[in-house]
Design a protein around this ligand. Structure first.
Ligand code: HGY
Ligand code: MN
Ligand code: MN
Ligand code: MN
Length: 428
């Protein structure tokens, strides 16, 4: 009979905290902005360097490494019954501009360390264990969030969108991929899609990106659901003109239309009736962007989420109505209103939640059930596999900014819960 995962005594699970911290710091150095910020954009030169760093760590950890057409990287520890569906865990290493060094990274480097912890404890996997580093969880370069995991989940809309997306410098996705060494073509995408038999479970270790665990002094968050994200691209066009010569009644200012819509987003979110509804205008660009030129074009990108999909969709409808009303009232053209993604929430698998609770108890770690307000690759892996997430506290809940921080002790706790949960699921 297989040794139960729980025969792994807490003391036999030793995390190499010094080594793990060093890897986190080394990875953070692959950045286009100065420390303590991290900027690592899909297929950039720094991303390519970081990818080879991850591949070398996977090889050193004794995993067999492969990459798919768009650069999702897989490191596999073959189990005794390697023909069974494997247990997978992973996250991302791309980082939005001027962000931190823990978002995503904890779930990739921490997963590799969980493999080492199990190997050091003498554990023998029955189902293979696989670490996945997803290509581009952040939407930064092409406006598509969770690009790698959406493709693995077989979302055709993304495969189609890649035909025509371009980045800020007008590079196509395929040109950017080729520049990073991925000679991928449209027809390669569909054979990336996973089947429901690919994995028996998918787990992700991640910083909470919220203040609850730290405030309540709880060591481990066990996620029950991931909120439903959506993003919208909007453009207004007006006549522009001379800031001095064109009198106010004659203006149709695309910039003011954008400003009014941004405030409308806040209004519609606040009137949703729930604290769980959020909305953000993180990108607002004015063209031509000269102090004495009336904006002739404005471009906004809106991010709105809720754990209740219907409530979130109502907000999107109201935003669309406001955009149309504002354009008419100001005599500007609503030249674009594109819902880029409008995803359902994902529920975590009960048996995985349970395994994480048992692992936390076994390790004497305080833990609590909670939702994830941030999205993750897990949101899409949930479409092809039972999914679970482990959160660890982060400093004041900060994320997506250079002050993002998680202590190596908290990271080690997360690694141990992940290791025990992987071991249990591998023996199932
Ligand atoms: O925006 C998010 O929720 C994720 O951290 N990229
Ligand atoms: Mn993020
Ligand atoms: Mn993340
Ligand atoms: Mn080619």
């Amino acid at each position: 009979p297989h040794p139960s995962a729980l025969s792994l005594s807490p003391s036999s699970l030793s995390v190499d905290m010094v080594g793990l911290q060093r890897q986190i710091d080394e990875l953070a150095a692959f950045s286009d902005t100065p420390a303590p910020s991290v900027t690592r954009i899909l297929y950039s030169e720094k991303d390519v360097l970081a990818r080879s760093y991850i591949k070398s760590l996977m090889e050193e950890a004794g995993l067999s490494v492969r990459e798919d057409a768009v650069g999702n990287i897989f490191g596999r520890w073959n189990g005794a019954e390697a023909g069974l569906a494997a247990v997978a865990t992973g996250s991302h290493i791309d980082a939005i501009p001027y962000s931190g060094k823990y978002d995503g990274v904890v779930g990739v480097l921490g997963a590799l360390e969980a493999m080492r912890v199990l190997r050091r404890s003498g554990f023998q996997p029955r189902r293979s264990l696989e670490v996945i580093m997803f290509t581009s969880e952040e939407p930064t370069r092409f406006g598509i969030s969770c690009l790698g995991s959406r493709l693995l989940a077989g979302i055709e809309a993304v495969a189609n969108a890649l035909k025509h997306v371009v980045d800020g410098q007008n590079n196509s996705f395929f040109d950017a991929a080729k520049g990073a060494g991925y000679d991928v073509h449209q027809e390669d995408l569909s054979n990336m899609f996973l089947t429901k038999e690919s994995y028996s479970a998918f787990l992700e270790l991640h910083i909470e990106q919220g203040p609850i665990l730290e405030q309540e002094g709880v060591s481990i968050g066990i996620v029950t659901a991931i909120a439903a994200p959506a993003s919208i691209k909007v453009e207004f066009e007006g006549n522009g003109g001379h800031a001095g010569a064109v009198l106010m009644p004659a203006r149709n200012d695309a910039g003011l239309a954008a400003a009014e819509l941004a405030l409308a987003v806040e209004k519609h979110v606040m009137e949703s009736g729930s604290i769980d509804t959020v909305g953000t205008v993180g990108i607002l660009e004015l063209h031509p962007g000269a102090i004495n030129s009336i904006p002739s074009k404005s471009h906004l990108e809106i991010d709105t989420r809720d754990i209740d999909e219907k409530r979130r969709n109502t907000v999107i409808e109201k935003i669309q109505q406001s955009a149309t009303r504002i354009a008419k009232a100001r005599g500007v053209k609503l030249s674009q209103f594109e819902i880029v993604n409008q995803d359902p929430p994902a529920l975590c698998e009960g048996s995985i939640i349970n395994a994480m609770e048992v692992a936390s108890q076994h390790l004497n770690l305080t833990h609590k059930l909670m939702i994830s307000r941030a999205y993750h690759d897990s949101l899409f892996m949930a479409r092809v596999s039972p999914m679970g997430m482990i959160f660890i506290p982060c400093y004041k809940g900060y994320s997506h900014k250079p002050e993002e921080y998680a202590s190596i002790e908290d990271i080690a706790n997360g690694v141990k819960v992940l290791a025990l949960t992987l071991a249990k699921l591998s023996l199932d």
